[in-house]
Write a protein that binds this ligand. Structure first.
Ligand code: HXC
Length: 272
């Protein structure tokens, strides 16, 4: 086995409170095969257990974030293989979305098909100038299988989502920004710095409130407005049984910066 083959297809590195997950199938533009998806699930499970990790960055090595599911692996799938593959990817991305820590996708090169679906399973997306986005599944004779038909309309609205899904057209970073697919576009050589700076900002905030925001938004997306508001009120109430609220509000009134207790995720019940 060559050095390249032995290297893990997904690397997790932890630097203090920031974890970086890197896709490492550069030669295939980080095409997502079974091994990559399985590894993403494992990495998400590992990160979920680590209260020292407070922010997760997701990136692709080489010249792309990810150019989609692995077409070579998929071509000869039976219908049952394809459904199982879809479920494998959906489970991996659901595990990422369910992390209590905020996740930031740093997108450069291409985020196509499963690559865009992976980026959409992250909480925040930053794009490098020159990045290209799209759901080209129809050009391959299939529908999306890792959540694109569900997360894209929720993220950018049904009309724009249907445009991208039905045409398979790629859009550039500026158009992705206009559509609301990404929150920021930066020069390519500043992508890592922009990710780091955003992580630093999130590190000043309380992990309990951040996890609570994530959970409230994602759970709310599955509810009608009335039920969502009731759920929000319940979680808002729970915050007042947690030290982050006391510290945040006291710091404001004392005109100082809050110093949130950091290993506090498991206290109370708003976050999980
Ligand atoms: C397998 C892929 C790949 C993919 C690229 N490669 N994308 N292999 N699956 N999705 C491989 C190429 O075959 C090539 O391998 C190498 O990566 C470099 O790619 P090139 O095409 O030579 O590079 P370039 O000319 O720069 O074109 C880049 C590109 C193009 C525009 C991104 O690669 C492309 O169109 N890729 C496919 C994009 C796509 O359709 N994605 C959606 C997949 S379906 P060799 O060995 O020749 O060097 C999907 C469904 C998800 O994601 C749901 C599943 C359940």
């Amino acid at each position: 086995m060559s050095q390249e083959e032995m290297r893990d297809v997904v690397e997790l590195s932890v630097d203090g409170p920031v974890a970086t997950v890197t896709l490492q199938r550069e030669k295939q533009l980080n095409a997502l095969n079974r091994a990559v998806l399985t590894k993403i699930s494992e990495v998400a499970a590992a990160v979920a257990e680590r209260s020292d990790v407070r922010v997760v960055l997701l990136r692709g090595a080489g010249r792309a974030f990810a150019a989609g599911a692995d077409i070579a692996q998929m071509r000869d799938f039976s219908a049952a293989d394809a459904e199982a593959f879809s479920r494998l990817g959906q489970a991996a991305f659901a595990a990422l979305e369910a992390l209590p820590q905020p996740t930031i996708a740093l997108v450069h090169g291409y985020a196509l098909g499963g690559g865009l679906e992976l980026a959409m399973a992250c909480d925040i997306r930053i794009a490098a100038e020159g990045a290209k986005f799209g759901q080209p599944e129809v050009t391959l004779g299939v529908v999306p299988g890792f959540g694109g038909s569900q997360r894209l309309p929720r993220l950018i609205g049904q009309g724009n989502a249907l445009y991208l899904l039905l045409t398979g057209e790629m859009v550039d970073a500026a158009e992705a920004m206009r559509l609301g697919l990404v929150s920021k576009v930066v020069p390519q050589d500043e992508l890592e710095t922009a990710g780091r700076q955003l992580a630093e900002r999130l590190l000043t905030l309380g992990p309990y409130a951040l996890a609570g925001v994530k959970r409230t938004v994602y759970e709310g997306a599955e509810l009608d407005l009335h039920s969502g508001l009731r759920m929000e009120a319940g979680r808002f109430g729970l915050c007042f049984a947690h030290p982050e609220q006391t510290e945040g509000m006291t710091a404001f009134l004392e005109r100082r910066k809050p110093d949130f207790p950091q290993a506090s995720l498991d206290e109370g019940g708003a976050a999980r």
